[in-house]
Write a protein of this length. Structure first.
Lengths: 117, 117
């Protein structure tokens, strides 16, 4: 089956630093990837749509200058949390549909737990 | 607004019994997809079952089935012969089939399912 990986699986950083999270589709191409954020015991909230070769589109209320997204290749999207603060601490999950495949079939990464001290 | 509502924060069931999780949604689109995802303690999102809105027949996947009431915008999940491994957080979700909501998942608040031996 299709596999999506995320790296790192967890990261702890100091307030004010930037953190990069990678999302890779290991055995399929993904022109589109989605980034979600999940606070403890809460639901997943869509942050942005990552598009290969073009700018990401952000959901209302998500600061695009704070959450930088780069979809540099057909298998890699990165989310950079810039000048991280404790309120950015969360679980970040990416998902990707297979390019050319059904949009209703998405593959989720295992998530990245970010803790900002 | 495209919203998904799960009114049961927690549910419990005895092993081998049947449990139904409720979900309602709101959408202005005529074509869309509905999903139930399972999130175990590992937090890896697992697709349980999906339903295409234009299909009247309720989807089934082994012990999992849905009751899709399009006019009522209701999409409940029935788990038969519950097993200990079914214990998890369950999320109801929808995504658009086209336009600006294409592939974007909107999740409900989640229902924590406990299975008693």
């Amino acid at each position: 089956g299709a596999v999506v990986s995320q790296h790192p699986s967890w990261v702890i950083c100091k307030s004010g630093t930037s953190v990069k999270i990678e999302c890779r589709s290991l055995d399929f191409q993904a022109t589109t990837m989605f980034w979600y954020r999940q606070f403890p015991k809460q639901s997943l909230m869509l942050m942005a749509t990552s598009n290969e070769g073009s700018k990401a589109t952000y959901e209302q209320g998500v600061e695009k200058d704070k959450f930088l997204i780069n979809h540099a290749s057909l298998t890699l999207s990165t989310l950079t949390v810039t000048s991280a603060h404790p309120e950015d601490s969360s679980f970040y999950i990416c998902s990707a549909p297979r390019s050319g495949g059904a949009i209703d079939t998405q593959y989720f990464g295992p998530g990245t737990r970010l803790t900002v001290l | 607004a495209q919203t998904v509502t799960q009114s049961q924060p927690e549910m419990s069931v005895q092993e081998a019994e049947t449990v139904t999780l409720s979900c309602t949604y709101d959408t202005s689109e005529s074509d869309y997809y509905l999903f139930w995802y399972k999130q175990p303690p590992s937090r890896q999102m697992i697709l349980v079952i999906r339903q295409e809105a234009y299909k009247q027949q309720n989807a089934t996947e082994n012990r999992f089935s849905v009751n899709f009431q399009k006019a009522a915008k209701s999409f409940s999940l029935k788990i038969s012969d519950s097993q200990l491994g079914d214990a998890a957080m369950y999320f109801c979700a929808r995504s658009g089939a086209g336009g600006t909501s294409y592939g974007k998942l909107t999740f409900g608040q989640g229902t924590i399912l406990t299975v008693h031996p």
